[in-house]
Design a protein around this ligand. Structure first.
Ligand SMILES: [Zn+2]
Length: 148
């Protein structure tokens, strides 16, 4: 019988292996494009993480940047697809909870799987389209599903 420490090491190794396999599976998941006829595997896409500026406020609050939406560049057309989520089904006060936030869940589990992630602190580049594919396929991506 292996010692407790050895069992823990083995469990951690197993967990790491499973996480790696989940990432490999997720990286192959496709997003149907809103600017071409294709469905692109996430691992082949260049993503853009947007940030927006928040002005100084009150007497103690300094200015800062907040993370905005995630986008990708269609490899066929070069058009930016904004990956948008519709949270209308969740009451206002509960939207910031990670458990109710499919966008935050998508970023945590998928953003690092894109081929590359660029940070943008500027205005939205043209041309762009809205893309709700991930939002409409939350279950497939393992995200919280809409109430109803
Ligand atoms: Zn495309």
């Amino acid at each position: 019988m292996a010692s407790l420490d050895e069992q823990l090491q083995e469990t951690l190794r197993r967990e790491e292996d499973l996480r790696k396999r989940i990432d490999e599976r997720n990286a192959k998941r496709r997003i149907e494009c809103a600017s071409c006829d294709g469905a692109h595997p996430i691992r082949r896409l260049v993503a853009i993480q947007t940030h927006w500026y928040v002005e100084p406020h009150g007497c103690t609050g300094g200015d800062y940047w907040r993370e905005g939406e995630l986008q990708y560049i269609c490899p066929e057309t070069g058009v930016i697809n904004r990956l948008l989520f519709n949270n209308d089904d969740v009451p206002w006060g509960e939207r910031r909870d990670f458990a109710n936030d499919p966008e935050a869940q998508f970023k945590r589990n998928y953003r690092r799987l894109f081929k590359e992630v660029r940070d943008s602190h500027g205005p939205l580049s043209e041309p762009w389209v809205n893309n709700f594919y991930v939002d409409r396929h939350r279950k497939e991506f393992g995200l919280v599903e809409k109430r109803r």
